[in-house]
Design a protein around this ligand. Structure first.
Ligand code: IPE
Ligand code: IPE
Ligand code: MG
Length: 243
């Protein structure tokens, strides 16, 4: 039986997803890895629709890590091309559902063509406020924290900030998207039990939902199942049990 959305007490504002298992999905079917990534793009579309239905405001997907540059050139190229073709194919849907696109990561490291294509959609959707779709691209959490530290150090050097005033909020304010709330829920597909350098700071108190489903198979029902699992959790933040 499907998940009854009405029965869910809490809907997270922000859900982050580590989209994993495209390669394994393809291999099991005798397809190329890039075919797996293509099918995975359909899952992104399904999740965006499901999130809108459920009333989740922010979706962040881990699309390409700083470590993923180590993959063969052919796969990296294929992923960059897929990003461009997906933007071409789905931009209208972002407008139809009033979804703002944002990116986080080392933007300057992306190929010029990809940056230009992204910038077009970033600008065209910048005025939407209800829903936000964030793509982590050439993203690494340790890099993000190092970048924040450098900015803070510069401010201390110029006297804009005193070192004794640095607190948790100072760090949070210097991350890539300081205005975005921390994800309440993080989903990882394909059963891997690790963060792979994703949102280390922001996920400090998030609930994790790990599913064995490969990303290309992850669709609306799986997203709703994750919301259901989240509803069964008792978030304590270091306090004591409430129920
Ligand atoms: C996730 O699938 C997509 C990216 C990391 C770009 P993988 O490509 O990591 O698939 P597996 O883990 O090899 O199955
Ligand atoms: C994490 O998946 C990165 C993305 C989903 C973009 P990987 O497949 O690269 O992670 P590892 O290598 O299993 O840790
Ligand atoms: Mg993987």
């Amino acid at each position: 039986m499907g998940v009854d959305l009405q029965s869910l007490e809490k809907i997270p504002r922000h859900v982050a997803l580590i989209m994993d298992g495209n390669g394994r999905w393809a291999k099991e079917r005798g397809l190329s890895r890039i075919e797996g990534h293509k099918e995975g793009a359909q899952s992104v579309r399904a999740v965006l629709r499901a999130a809108a239905k459920a009333g989740v405001e922010f979706i962040t997907v881990y699309a390409f890590s700083t470590e993923n540059w180590k993959r063969p050139v052919l796969e990296v190229d294929g992923l960059m091309k897929l990003l461009v073709s997906s933007l071409n194919a789905y931009e209208q849907e972002l407008h139809d559902n009033q979804i703002r696109l944002r990116v986080m990561g080392q933007f300057s490291r992306l190929p010029l063509l990809v940056r230009k294509r992204l910038q077009k959609t970033l600008d065209a959707t910048a005025h939407y406020t209800q829903h936000t779709f964030i793509i982590a691209l050439s993203y690494g959490s340790r890099m993000e924290i190092a970048d924040a530290t450098r900015q803070i150090a510069e401010k201390v050097k110029t006297g804009e900030l005193k070192s004794k005033d640095i607190n948790e909020q100072t760090i949070a304010d210097h991350l890539y998207l300081p205005d975005v709330p921390d994800p309440e829920l993080m989903i990882r597909t394909s059963g891997e039990l690790r963060l792979s350098n994703f949102l280390l700071w922001q996920l400090s108190y998030s609930e994790f939902h790990i599913t064995d489903t490969y990303w290309p198979e992850f669709r609306e029902e799986h997203f709703f199942q994750a919301l259901e699992a989240y509803n069964a959790r008792d978030r304590r933040y270091g306090g004591i049990q409430k129920r």
